[in-house]
Design a protein around this ligand. Structure first.
Ligand code: IPE
Ligand code: IPE
Ligand code: MG
Length: 249
């Protein structure tokens, strides 16, 4: 069972989020405010990715899920999309040794088949190289959209039913969780979105059912390790009720 079920989880004030998911937003605005092209913000944003991955285990985080490119981001100008694709590839090539050294496992969420072939290759190499690492799991959502993820999972389960391998009555919440890209990984405890926007933008719609949300004003290139630590500390003061009342304990 991979899902951290409301009824299987301790209610009350949590020790600290074990799974943090981040919508890394505001790169373009960060650059535009400085009179720079949006892509400068994406380059700067990569440095923050390195920072949060490095500090996450020290903050008690076991899983970090990062939204890097959505299924809707293809609507952006061709130039920006191509810069991003090259940046992802360069980042993976450059960071793989260091991530492996830090005992970080990387897996990708979303439809990798829709990405450039050279990027797909380095993604597969990264997953393979880090598969045995245990200190931190980083899930990078790249060409990811939650509705598409749920749609694919539904098609897969329907095909199993049609083939006589799955009884429709056996489809419960755990079966659906396991059929998603995040199968085998517990749900996020905390979802952070930077840049002041307060929306989910098709990210982890199923998995974030009982997540806490933190909307921070900093644009992603300003979201330092220190800001990350502060945001996580604020989570410790919240009370998670999972539908029950506080006094039930
Ligand atoms: C997030 O920053 C990065 C990606 C979506 C790839 P944005 O590029 O969305 O920056 P803003 O929101 O336009 O400022
Ligand atoms: C969400 O940010 C996707 C990523 C951070 C990769 P967007 O900037 O694409 O979201 P909207 O368009 O503001 O909803
Ligand atoms: Mg944005």
């Amino acid at each position: 069972m991979s899902r951290s079920k409301p009824d299987g989880q301790a209610r009350g004030t949590p020790a600290g989020p074990r799974h943090v998911a981040i919508i890394m937003d505001g790169n373009g605005r960060w650059a535009e405010r400085r009179g720079q092209p949006r892509t400068v913000g994406h380059h700067r944003g990569v440095e923050r990715v390195r920072d949060v991955i490095t500090i996450a285990p020290d903050l008690g985080v076991e899983t970090l899920t990062l939204f890097a490119f959505s299924t809707e981001n293809w609507r952006r100008p061709h130039y920006e999309v191509s810069v991003l694709m090259r940046l992802f590839k360069r980042y993976i090539i450059r960071e793989v040794d260091e991530l492996d050294l830090q005992d970080v496992r990387v897996r990708f969420l979303g439809e990798s088949e829709g990405l450039p072939a050279d990027l797909q290759r380095v993604m597969a190499q990264m997953e393979e190289r880090t598969a045995g690492n245990r200190r931190l799991t980083v899930q990078v959502a790249l060409n990811y959209g939650a509705r598409r993820e749920i749609t694919r999972a539904t098609q897969q389960l329907a095909a199993e039913v049609a083939a006589g391998r799955l009884d429709p009555a056996a489809i419960d919440e755990d079966v659906i969780s396991d059929a998603l890209d995040t199968g085998g990984i517990a749900d996020p405890d905390l979802v952070i979105r930077t840049s002041g926007e307060q929306r989910i933008s098709n990210f982890l719609l199923w998995q974030a059912a009982y997540a806490e949300f933190a909307f921070v004003e900093d644009c992603w290139p300003d979201f330092t390790a220190e800001r990350f630590a502060e945001t996580i500390a604020s989570y410790g003061t919240r009370e998670r009720r999972f539908g029950a009342v506080a006094s039930q304990g």
